[in-house]
Ligand binder design. Structure first.
Ligand SMILES: [Fe+2]
Ligand SMILES: [Fe+2]
Length: 169
């Protein structure tokens, strides 16, 4: 297995871990509200994504990122803080994060060769679900959040940095 594939698995594991923590943070604030079931649905899908990459980490003996404790905290905090700003801000967070993941997975699909066709197929399937999450965010008035474009830009920039360093360390 190439170093590149190892990097992909490390960063995807980190990302799905962070995503599950974001939805956990949102649920801590909004779990009893009208979006509770929607958030639980998305969190359950992130858990499937996370379980898959945790399995790849184990079976391929890839070292996970040392930053998991940070993503544990930062993911939950991002979810809880945006949720505390209101359901629209929570959905704006979802849109920004899922768009970042979509781009990230799209680039990986393009980079993976036939010898990793199965992994590529799984990433494509997950990416379709991330786009579903983005659409759920948009359908729930993400764009009407106060300060949407700033919020979106800040979160996307954060995702980029998180992806970059989770590939490396
Ligand atoms: Fe995911
Ligand atoms: Fe997602």
């Amino acid at each position: 297995m190439s170093e590149q594939v190892k990097k992909f698995i490390r960063v995807d594991h980190a990302g799905e871990y962070g995503a599950a923590r974001i939805y956990a943070g949102q649920l801590a604030v909004l779990g009893r509200g009208k979006h509770g079931d929607t958030l639980r649905h998305m969190k359950a899908q992130e858990q499937v994504h996370l379980d898959f990459f945790a399995g790849e980490i184990a079976s391929r003996r890839v070292r996970p990122t040392v930053l998991l404790p940070l993503w544990n905290f930062a993911g939950f905090a991002l979810g809880a803080v945006t949720a505390a700003m209101g359901p629209r801000a929570a959905m704006a967070c979802t849109v920004a994060v899922e768009e970042s993941i979509d781009e990230h997975y799209k680039a990986q699909e393009a980079a993976l060769d036939e010898d990793e066709a199965e992994l590529r197929g799984t990433i494509a399937k997950f990416r379709a679900e991330e786009l579903e999450h983005r659409d759920i965010g948009l359908a729930n008035e993400a764009e009407k959040a106060v300060g949407y474009s700033l919020l979106s830009r800040v979160i996307k920039a954060g995702c980029k940095v998180a992806i970059r360093i989770s590939e490396q360390i």
